[in-house]
Design a protein around this ligand. Structure first.
Ligand SMILES: NC(=O)c1ccc[n+]([C@@H]2O[C@H](COP(=O)([O-])OP(=O)(O)OC[C@H]3O[C@@H](n4cnc5c(N)ncnc54)[C@H](OP(=O)(O)O)[C@@H]3O)[C@@H](O)[C@H]2O)c1
Length: 269
């Protein structure tokens, strides 16, 4: 049996992690969400397996995370095998760059703080609170879902000016992973950040024609970065690929603390 804690499982990639990992009845999957009632209903309707536990926990709330860890601990006898820090904020400010955002310094500051709070600090709290369970687990793997656009090389290759706060917060997340690894590698815990590629989850929730145009411009940048890029993949395929890497990677085989694409190579797309 393997046990998994995954954040942000209400939709998109997180929901798909729950679906795939719960396929093995010997696994127990704990999904952390902000609206338990809604996700319980969705899981019951679309997956319907008894080895899934949905727990109310906003990842920016350390008390909620502590309660979640207590719940998990009771179910697993104080152990945990895997953490997947998947929850993230990517606001629609991602569609434009600093030149546009500079017109509202206060709003820009708040946007940076909001992304940092969810994408970086939320993961840091999650890791600190659950690591005692991980240390008593078998697999001892802690994964952060990151993104290629947190890589300066990708950004500079096609002057990708979009996704400012998101990219900055994920670059900080990659460093947090390295710092956690620096503490826990010697205790046998793998900390690793993985980019799942571009995945069709509708996370930007495009509503207007103008937003559609800006999103197309961002995809144009992705194509400029990687001319073979054909558009986003399905969550099913992305999650399968990320999990293959999670299963393969170990502390002793050179993966401790690194940030990699799910393909292990570049380009990310
Ligand atoms: N999609 C892509 O192309 C892509 C590419 C590279 C990396 N990624 C990364 O992959 C991960 C999943 O992406 P996605 O596309 O599936 O995103 P998504 O559809 O926007 O889903 C984000 C999830 O995070 C949850 N969440 C946000 N803030 C939270 C908080 N404070 N506490 C708990 N949960 C919170 C959301 O829950 P609510 O329902 O409550 O809002 C939702 O379940 C993210 O880390 C993202 O950065 C995605």
């Amino acid at each position: 049996m393997s046990s998994y804690v995954i954040t942000g499982v209400s939709r998109g990639i997180g929901f798909e992690f729950v679906r795939q990992l719960s396929e093995n009845p010997a696994n127990v999957v704990f999904g952390l969400v902000r609206n338990k009632a809604a996700v319980d209903s969705k899981v019951a309707a679309e997956i319907g397996r008894k080895n899934i536990h949905i727990i109310q926990a906003d990842t920016t709330d350390p008390e909620a995370l502590k309660n979640a860890a207590e719940y998990v601990s009771k179910k697993t006898n104080g152990t945990l095998d895997y953490i997947i820090a998947n929850a993230a904020l990517q606001a629609k400010t991602a569609l434009v760059g600093f030149d546009t955002l500079s017109s509202g310094p206060k709003a820009l500051e708040q946007d940076l703080i909001d992304h940092f709070r969810v994408n970086t600090i939320g993961a840091v709290h999650l890791f600190n609170i659950f690591v005692p369970l991980i240390l008593r687990g078998q697999a001892k793997k802690v994964i952060a879902i990151s993104t290629g656009i947190s890589d300066t090389e990708m950004t500079l290759k096609a002057d990708i000016f979009q996704a400012t706060a998101y990219s900055i917060s994920k670059a900080a997340l990659n460093m947090a992973i390295a710092k956690f690894s620096a503490v826990y590698r010697e205790k046998g815990v793998l900390f690793m950040a993985i980019c799942p590629g571009a995945v069709d989850t509708g996370s930007l929730q495009i509503e207007t024609e103008e937003e559609g145009k800006l999103a197309m411009a961002m995809f144009g940048k992705f194509k400029e970065y990687s001319p073979s890029f054909q558009g986003p993949t399905r969550p099913e395929d992305a999650v399968k690929s990320v999990l293959a890497l999670v299963n393969k990677a170990t502390v002793d085989s050179g993966y401790a603390g690194v940030f990699l694409s799910h393909t292990e190579g570049k380009p990310y797309l």
